[in-house]
Design a protein around this ligand. Structure first.
Ligand SMILES: Nc1ncnc2c1ncn2[C@@H]1O[C@H](COP(=O)(O)OP(=O)(O)OP(=O)(O)O)[C@@H](O)[C@H]1O
Ligand SMILES: [Mg+2]
Length: 583
């Protein structure tokens, strides 16, 4: 097998006092293969990719690419997509492609073909004249990928290409890159989606600058074989049951799956008795492990049993009024409809999920409910306050975590906490106590003086959640709270969310991780601005047909069904197309 790029005993330090970012690392990237790179936040993945791309020098060891030292390699044959890809927001989609084609020296004669293929795969053909700045988060990510792929390279380095990309597009992206490997291209794919790592030929697992595992992913997954079980539980008490299970010595990790819990047991441990967890008439069924289980096991961390944040949180008083209500929310931007007649209600103490492909209208719906965008038609309420008549009260009753990092990057962590607690009306001793509490809960102590923009992604997200909950609101809006964060931090977040919900908080959440969708009490699937399905996770899975359908199967099946229906309507010339369908 032909090695296209490699690192040998590579060490890299950024500060003499800090531990090395990479410490004696070996990696081999081979022609025609998918090489996966995984690890928690701050493991050193991006540093390794930048070394391979020849963007900086190692302190010790050798880094080679395309037969030369990486810093002297032929750049035109290396495709590199950094984590934060630089799009030109004031240029249209097609102009961005053209610009990158110029930079990469793609001959004019090849552009039409290349662009057509990329626009089709990213589903951006309809939007090629839209300014990049007006795309949804995931659409921007896909355009970034398209720009990185305008010219087929020999070595392709992708640094978390799937962040914020919906499950259907991630599958398509995977298939497209896979087909490149069939032409002999060598691919390095760094990812926090471990279902992708599972499909790689070889996976490297990096932690704190050291390599914990290298080899076929199946070998690692095999290490936790026989330790994964599922238990059907009463839907109403699943959060409590999971908390009890995680509190048991024998349980290393656990998650909710619709109305069941899925546990990973410690080595040679007996599962806790169902009766002890408060479950009657149910037995454990063994299930196959996934790569993510092995990852969590190797890093020694699973979901924490309970949330210190939730323990200190007030109990939200009971109320007959829904905590969140959307009544026909519609948003038009010119002739384009971004959200069309969205309706749902969320009672106190429940999690409601908005799922849907990139550009479906999820963030637009969030922003209308938070009072950041004025609906074109329709209204809603938050904690009983109508958005039209009591907007200020509604706003004080909610905590909002935006999809894109929305804190003050050039203020320190401490200043952000001061500022946001002040905005939400906290003063004096209450304010100090709230700041102290979240600093402890989210482990922010050592970063208090650092500028928010410089934090590792997992800490940025923790800080954003901290800022949203300090005033103990009864309603939380979380727009992709776990996007790009590693599986360990994702578990920590869900333990907090579950704990808050038990205190009576109502949560509206969106995610592209289908396993997280399972935590929701109910879900609305949004596609091209409209709600195409609504129900519990188990109901949606049942509608996908297959007995063992996953949330991802359900997502895909429901979208295909909706496409087919739109096609039939169009063919019958029945209902005129709604605004937004054709553009
Ligand atoms: N200011 C604007 N002008 C024009 N179109 C806009 C504007 N803001 C959003 N849109 C469009 O509205 C649609 C919905 O965007 P939205 O951000 O709600 O999607 P989303 O479901 O949150 O997607 P993602 O999963 O990628 O975050 C997209 O087609 C987007 O380009
Ligand atoms: Mg969004």
């Amino acid at each position: 097998m032909e090695s296209v790029a490699s690192a040998r005993r590579v060490t890299k330090r950024f500060a003499a006092s800090a531990p090395p970012a990479l410490d004696g690392i070996d990696i081999e990237i081979v022609a025609g293969k998918m090489t996966g790179l995984v690890g928690p936040d701050g493991a050193g993945k991006t540093t390794l990719i930048r070394l391979l791309a020849g963007l900086m020098d190692a302190d010790a060891g050798e880094v080679c690419a395309l037969g030369r030292p990486a810093t002297a390699a032929d750049r035109s044959a290396i495709g590199y997509m950094p984590q934060r890809f630089g799009l030109y927001e004031d240029l249209a989609v097609i102009e961005n492609l053209d610009l990158y084609a110029n930079l990469r020296g793609l001959p004019r004669s090849e552009r039409a073909d290349s662009f057509a293929k990329l626009l089709e795969f990213t589903d951006l053909a309809r939007f090629q004249d839209r300014l990049a700045g007006k795309l949804s988060g995931g659409m921007k990510q896909k355009l970034g990928l398209a720009c990185a792929l305008v010219r087929t390279p020999k070595l392709l380095l992708l640094d978390e290409p799937g962040v914020g990309v919906d499950p259907v597009s991630r599958r398509e992206l995977w298939a497209m890159v896979r087909s490149l490997t069939e032409d002999g291209i060598a691919v390095l794919w760094s990812t926090a989606y471990l279902d992708e790592a599972e499909k790689c030929d070889t996976v490297y697992l990096l932690n704190e600058g050291r390599m914990l595992h290298a080899g076929p992913p199946q070998v690692m997954t095999g290490k936790v074989e026989g330790r994964i079980v599922r238990l059907a539980v009463a839907a109403e008490s699943r959060r409590r049951t999971l908390e009890r299970a995680l509190d048991d010595e024998a349980v290393a990790d656990g998650m909710i799956q619709g109305s069941a819990i899925r546990l990973m047991l410690r080595e040679r441990a007996e599962p806790p008795s169902p009766a002890g967890l408060g479950v009657v008439d149910a037995i454990y069924e063994p299930v196959s492990p996934r790569f993510e289980d092995a990852f969590v096991d190797a890093l020694g961390g699973g979901a924490p049993a309970s949330s210190a944040l939730a323990r200190a949180y007030r109990t939200i008083p009971a109320s007959d009024a829904p905590a969140i209500e959307a009544r026909g929310l519609t948003k038009r931007f010119g002739a384009f409809t971004a959200a069309d007649d969205i309706r749902f209600t969320v009672p106190r103490g429940q999690i409601f999920g908005l799922l849907g492909p990139n550009g479906a209208g999820k963030s637009t719906t969030f922003k209308m409910l938070c009072g950041l965008l004025k609906p074109s038609v329709g209204t809603g309420s938050v904690a009983g306050h109508d958005l039209r008549t009591a907007a200020a009260d509604a706003r004080q009753s909610l905590g909002y975590m935006a999809q894109k990092f929305s804190l003050y990057g050039d203020l320190s962590v401490r200043q952000n906490l001061d500022f946001f607690s002040g905005v939400y009306g906290l003063t004096g001793a209450r304010q100090r106590a709230a700041i102290e509490r979240v600093t402890e809960v989210f482990h922010l102590e050592r970063y208090l003086k650092d500028n928010a923009i410089a934090l590792p992604l997992g800490y940025k997200q923790r800080l954003a959640l901290a800022c949203a909950v300090m005033h103990e609101p009864p309603v939380l809006f979380l727009d992709e709270p776990t996007s790009g964060v590693d599986p360990i931090v994702r578990r920590e977040f869900w333990t907090h969310i579950n704990g808050l919900v038990d205190k009576g908080v109502a949560v509206l959440v969106t995610t592209h991780f289908m396993d997280e969708a399972e935590y929701c009490d109910r879900i609305a699937l949004i596609y091209r601005a409209r709600e195409i399905a609504i129900g519990t996770p188990d109901e949606l899975k049942a509608r996908a047909g297959a007995v063992e359908a996953t949330m991802e199967d359900a997502f895909i099946a429901l979208i295909e069904a909706s496409d087919a229906e739109r096609g039939r309507e169009a063919a019958a010339g029945g209902r005129p197309p709604r605004p937004g369908e054709d553009m």
